[in-house]
Ligand binder design. Structure first.
Ligand SMILES: Cc1cc2nc3c(=O)[nH]c(=O)nc-3n(C[C@H](O)[C@H](O)[C@H](O)COP(=O)(O)OP(=O)(O)OC[C@H]3O[C@@H](n4cnc5c(N)ncnc54)[C@H](O)[C@@H]3O)c2cc1C
Length: 327
């Protein structure tokens, strides 16, 4: 296990923004994660774990303490003894103006189930394709979402009307005290862009996902089509995905918006193309900020402040950031 000092984190994020990690290490195994946590505890360093760095904005001053890049990659598939009831929470889903989804949706509950035990450092896109090649379906809806399984569970990612947390059955976590615990789905208190990991800062080691021996041909077509729809809209320049959370139903009613999309709200304020330093509101989808080349954390934060202020002036609602700030 190698621990380096003062390593630039830019290249470890999709935004390509941020200063150095004071201390830095790459974890390749569960034991690496456990030992790094022990080391940080002994030295009283704060600890930050990153997967693909696709949902974070890292401070220009860098991250204090130990930053771990999680590359713990293992996948095991096992048959199921008795059927497991999986959640069908769609409470957050509203067909938006950018991505149409309902025609791609399939209820896969009718198919035989399998348990996929996957460690948190596995890349999600790799996992989707690897499972399809083994005739396992269920997570094709999360195509075109960068990052790792750890980051996906942390934020309960959404693909169309599907939430990754719906497929989680059990998981192993590493608590900040250094204990490995097995927890079930309820532990995570999943919500829109939320799991309890936001609060307790435990590290997800691995998850048992309940997936299906489903219609692989259809799942592959869905994956390709969803990827196509998303990549038509998503920026080619570095970004961190949606910057703000979508608005609630109450907020939508209050402002008379046809959709819950934060992008629609920002667009109504005429902010597409708005630029501060190297950060710019993307002109195809107003809820993305792109790094046009040399954007800093400060540029992005100033642009976010501007968006929040303009939206508040026009609609009297406050947009909440979806991206996670790290310092
Ligand atoms: C082009 C683009 C498109 C996107 N599209 C979508 C989309 O459709 N839907 C969607 O929901 N999101 C989307 N995102 C956001 C992002 O890809 C997801 O949130 C992704 O799951 C983050 O995973 P990551 O590994 O990159 O996490 P990171 O960005 O590395 O980390 C994000 C947070 O998760 C925590 N974390 C990471 N791993 C662990 C772990 N093992 N244990 C505990 N905490 C951990 C980190 O500490 C951090 O707080 C998109 C982003 C981009 C750039």
């Amino acid at each position: 296990m190698k621990i380096d000092k003062n390593i630039s984190l830019k290249e470890y994020t999709t935004f390509k923004i941020g200063g150095d990690a004071q201390f830095f290490s790459i974890a390749n195994t569960k034991e690496d994660l456990i030992n790094l946590l022990k080391f940080a505890k002994k030295e009283s360093f704060p600890i930050t774990i990153l997967g693909g760095g696709s949902n974070v904005l890292i401070s220009d001053k860098g991250i204090k303490g130990l930053t771990i890049i999680n590359k713990y990659k293992e996948t095991n598939i096992s048959d199921i003894k008795s059927r497991i009831e999986i959640s069908d929470d769609k409470s957050f889903y509203r067909e938006g103006e950018y991505f149409k989804f309902t025609d791609l949706e399939e209820d896969e509950k009718k198919y035989a189930q399998v348990i996929v035990n996957v460690s948190s450092g596995v890349n999600l896109t790799y996992l989707i394709n690897d499972l399809l090649s083994k005739n396992i379906t269920g997570i094709q809806y999360f195509s075109a979402i960068p990052g790792t399984v750890g980051g996906a569970i942390f934020n309960n990612i959404h693909g169309g009307s599907k939430l990754i947390g719906n497929y989680l059955y059990k998981a192993k976590i590493l608590t900040l005290e250094g204990d490995v615990e097995e927890v079930d789905r309820n532990f995570f208190k999943f919500g829109y862009d939320y799991s309890v990991l936001h609060e307790n800062k435990h590290i997800l080691l691995s998850s048992n996902l309940v997936l299906f021996k489903g219609d692989v041909k259809k799942a592959r077509e869905t994956s390709i089509e969803w990827l196509k729809r998303k990549t038509n809209i998503q920026p080619k320049l570095p970004s961190a995905g949606s910057i703000f959370k979508n608005i609630t139903d109450n907020q939508r009613e209050k402002i008379g918006s046809p959709v819950n999309s934060a992008g629609w709200v920002i667009d109504q304020c005429g902010l597409k193309g708005e630029k501060i330093g190297g950060a710019q509101i993307y002109d195809k989808h107003a809820n993305y900020i792109v790094n046009t080349g040399n954007a800093t954390e400060k540029d992005v934060k100033n642009l976010m402040d501007k968006v929040q202020n303009e939206v508040y002036k026009k609609f009297k609602i406050k947009l909440s950031p979806e991206i996670i700030f790290k310092s």
